[in-house]
Design a protein around this ligand. Sequence first.
Ligand code: SF4
Length: 151
Amino acid sequence: MTYMEWFEAHAKKHEEIIKILTHLSDDEVIDYFIYENMQEKHPDFCLLYEENTKCHDIKELNCYFCACNHFRFADDGLKKEGDRTVYSLCSIDAKEGKTYESEDAIHQDCSACLIPHKRSVIKKYFSRDWREVMKEYNSYNKLNNHTIIGS
Ligand code: SF4
């Protein structure tokens, strides 16, 4: 699954859930996306639910964003670093962020970063429109006047 395929599939799932929560306030919507409630009510929202595991082993894990609004990606690559292509990066260079690196590729590794799962962060960037929250996913290239590699 490419980054974009995951992005589109997740946006659709999120949209379908938001449609049935119009009776809830924004705070209640955020609480609704607590891991345990989502696992019970929307088991297909995340593959980890059926494995009863969490992407981050924290008590109050919130699945509202799942992805992160600081995450930048391009399936054709964002930039070159030597012979390797950078496919994703963190736009705020979070200290918990790491990278997966192979001979020819570099991907952002967010496995140790809790930023998008914190209630305070979700509240700060909250929108019922998940695409609106994530709209900057491809802004890296515009920002740096880079042409997407291979575009
Ligand atoms: S390292 Fe953290 S802040 Fe940066 S993109 Fe990943 S989850 Fe977001």
